[in-house]
Structures are given as structure tokens and as C-alpha cells.
Design a protein around this ligand. Structure first.
Ligand SMILES: NC(=O)c1ccc[n+]([C@@H]2O[C@H](COP(=O)([O-])OP(=O)(O)OC[C@H]3O[C@@H](n4cnc5c(N)ncnc54)[C@H](O)[C@@H]3O)[C@@H](O)[C@H]2O)c1
Length: 326
């Protein structure tokens, strides 16, 4: 039976990944902060099925303990999925040092512990945000990383440091650069999809921080979890080592398109959505106006493809918040 450590397993994507790992038969340990706001293990009713280590990923003592508890007989786990991070763009701009501490120091602390524990595959969460603003779209893995804001820089730094551990130390590590992930179970109210779905279901006007023009590549969280498993197998088998791999649909949608799709779906599911309020002019300060990724390298290496299109993913998300709100 394989063993896995998931950092950030109480978070949105981490919770779905934990569920996918349990479904494939892994014994799973989660490392996350005490009182983590996402409560994913509770939401997915998985608290009794995983071992939980609470603490900070930037604390080597905590990370060492999590590695040991996740493995067996004193050895580390078979795989490490490192997703824990300060993930919000606004707080990163307000307090860059705290974000760098979690996202960069936290990442090297995990890598150092993994190097000593001889893990079979380490997968580290970077992001499409690591590319920074670019005219050259879709993003491809060979593109230069040009972060222009603290969150982007933290992800780019974690991405570069992680990949260096393959040639530098022979640690089998790969990096994920996922597009915007959405779906049921995301309790981060400042993100577009949770805010809009919950507002539409409550009949309140969704408050949108932009004018609706920014474009993003929206990847359903079930496809994101599958991308993690695909990248882990590419790292374990060899071709994904030292690589960063994009995962997304390759199709950009504007914020306005997504808000419209959510409102129509909420109405189909019996709600009475109010007109959205677009609060900004153009793109909010410090955010990128247009992003989408080319995931063909991941498809070539592993056969991974997104299964849900936007309409299907939004149908699932609206259903989830309808059944789980309140
Ligand atoms: N959500 C997206 O659209 C998206 C897209 C691309 C990449 N990512 C990356 O994927 C990963 C997971 O994202 P998410 O949306 O699930 O985020 P999330 O904010 O829902 O979850 C992050 C988790 O990390 C934990 N955490 C934060 N700092 C920590 C620390 N110092 N020590 C221990 N735990 C800590 C939090 O408590 C939380 O449970 C992140 O690394 C993020 O940067 C997310």
C-alpha cells in the first residue's frame, strides 16, 4: 500500500487531492496549519480517514515529524504533494514577507526534508501566475517566468528552487502550473466562483472586483486533482523529473462570461440571481489581464486531459454550494 503526505490538505485543491488519493488506496497524511480555514477534511468527511499533523511548513521540526508519520518504519512516505501556501493575491501584496515565508521558505523546508527522507516522487504546486503578465499566450513551459507581484514571485521562486533539486540532489521532483481552479468545496470567499455562486444562490448581487474583462483559463478541481496524480506518475517514472507542467483547458473565458454562466445555471437550479455589481475599472491592481495555458506537454507525457468543460464544471459547482451552504 502506498503512502502519501499532502501539505495544504485542508485547503480547496488539497482536499480534493486527498479524496482522490484515498480512492486509489493510498494511506494519506495531511500537514496543515492548526485551525486552517478551508476545513476540507471536514467538508469531504475525510477527517477519520487520514492522519493530520498540524503546524507550519516553514518549521523544520514540524515537517520532519510529518514526513516520519506519513511514512513507515522510520522512512518517509512514497510521495509528497506540496500544496500548502498563502494563496491569496491581495494579502500577498499587503504582507509580502509573510507570503514569501510560507510559499518560499516553506517550500525549501519541505524539499530539504524530502531529500533526506528519499521520497519516490515529490510534486510541488507552482501556478500559472508564476509566468507573470505576458503577451505571448497560451503560456508554455519553456516561457520565461516574469513575476510582477509578490504572489507571482513567491510561486516563481518555489517553482525554480523545486526544479533545481532534481539535477542538484537527484530528488525526483516535478512542479504543477495549474490554471484557475474552481469547483465545489472552495470556501475562499474572495475568489470569483465561490463569491458569485453563493451570491446568485442567495439572490444577492455578486460583487466583482474588476469590470468583468479579465480572461482566465478555468480548470475544474476534479481535473486539477487528476493532473496532480498524472504528474506524480510522470515524476515517479522519470520524464516529469525536474520539469514544470501546465494543466488547464487552453480556453480563456472572461470574468463576465463566467458570471453569466453561473447566473444562468443558478436560475436553472431554482435560484433568483440578482444583477452583478462590477466594482473595478479594467483589471484590479496587481492582477494579470489575460491568462491561459497550453497543457499539451502533460497530455503527451501522461494522457491527462480535462474532462469537464466550463458549463459542466459550473453545473457541479452550483449544485455543491446549493447542497452545502448554510
Ligand atoms: N486555487 C487555484 O486556482 C490555484 C491555481 C494554481 C495554483 N494553485 C496553488 O495550489 C495550491 C493549493 O491551492 P488552494 O486553492 O487549494 O489554496 P487554499 O488556500 O484553499 O489552501 C492552502 C492550504 O495551505 C495551508 N497553509 C498555508 N500556509 C501554511 C503554512 N505556512 N503551513 C502549513 N499550511 C499552510 C492553508 O491553511 C490551506 O489549508 C497552492 O500552492 C496554490 O498556490 C492554486
Amino acid at each position: 500500500m502506498s503512502t502519501a503526505l499532502v501539505t495544504g490538505g485542508q485547503g480547496f485543491i488539497g482536499g480534493h487531492l486527498v479524496r482522490a488519493l484515498l480512492e486509489r488506496g493510498d494511506v494519506v497524511t495531511v500537514l496543515d496549519l492548526r485551525g486552517a480555514p478551508g476545513r476540507a477534511l471536514e467538508i469531504h468527511d475525510l477527517a477519520g480517514e487520514v492522519r493530520l499533523v498540524e503546524g507550519d511548513i516553514a518549521d523544520p521540526v514540524v515537517v520532519h515529524r510529518a514526513m516520519r508519520e506519513a511514512g513507515s518504519g522510520g522512512a518517509g512516505p512514497d510521495s509528497v504533494f506540496h500544496l500548502a501556501a498563502q494563496t491569496l493575491v491581495g494579502p500577498a501584496a499587503e504582507d509580502p514577507v509573510a507570503t514569501f515565508r510560507s510559499n518560499v521558505e516553506g517550500t525549501w523546508t519541505i524539499l530539504e526534508a524530502a531529500r533526506k527522507a528519499e521520497i519516490g516522487a515529490v510534486v510541488v504546486a507552482s501556478s500559472d501566475k508564476a509566468y507573470g503578465p505576458s503577451e505571448s499566450l497560451p503560456y508554455q513551459e519553456g516561457d520565461e517566468l516574469r513575476p510582477a507581484a509578490p504572489y507571482e514571485a513567491s510561486k516563481a521562486a518555489a517553482d525554480v528552487i523545486s526544479r533545481s533539486y532534481w539535477p542538484g540532489f537527484g530528488l525526483p521532483v516535478g512542479v504543477t502550473r495549474l490554471a484557475n481552479v474552481y469547483g465545489g468545496g472552495d470556501l475562499n470567499g474572495s475568489r470569483l466562483v465561490p463569491e458569485t455562486v453563493q451570491a446568485c444562490l442567495a439572490g444577492r448581487a455578486p460583487r466583482i472586483r474588476s469590470d468583468g474583462s479579465p480572461q482566465r483559463d478555468f480548470l475544474h478541481v476534479s481535473d486539477a486533482a487528476a493532473a496532480y496524480l498524472a504528474i506524480e506518475s510522470a515524476v515517479r517514472e522519470g520524464p516529469g523529473r525536474g520539469e514544470a507542467l501546465n494543466a488547464g483547458t487552453g480556453t480563456p473565458y472572461s470574468v463576465r462570461d463566467v458570471v453569466g454562466e453561473i447566473a444562468s445555471e443558478a436560475a436553472r437550479q431554482g435560484a433568483n440571481p440578482a444583477e452583478p455589481e462590477y466594482l473595478g475599472e479594467g483589471v484590479p491592481e496587481g492582477e494579470i489581464d489575460r491568462q491561459f495555458v497550453d497543457a499539451s506537454r502533460l497530455t503527451e507525457l501522461t494522457g491527462w486531459r480535462p474532462r469537464l468543460n466550463l458549463a459542466e464544471g459550473i453545473t457541479e459547482a452550483v449544485r455543491w454550494y446549493r447542497e452545502n451552504s448554510g
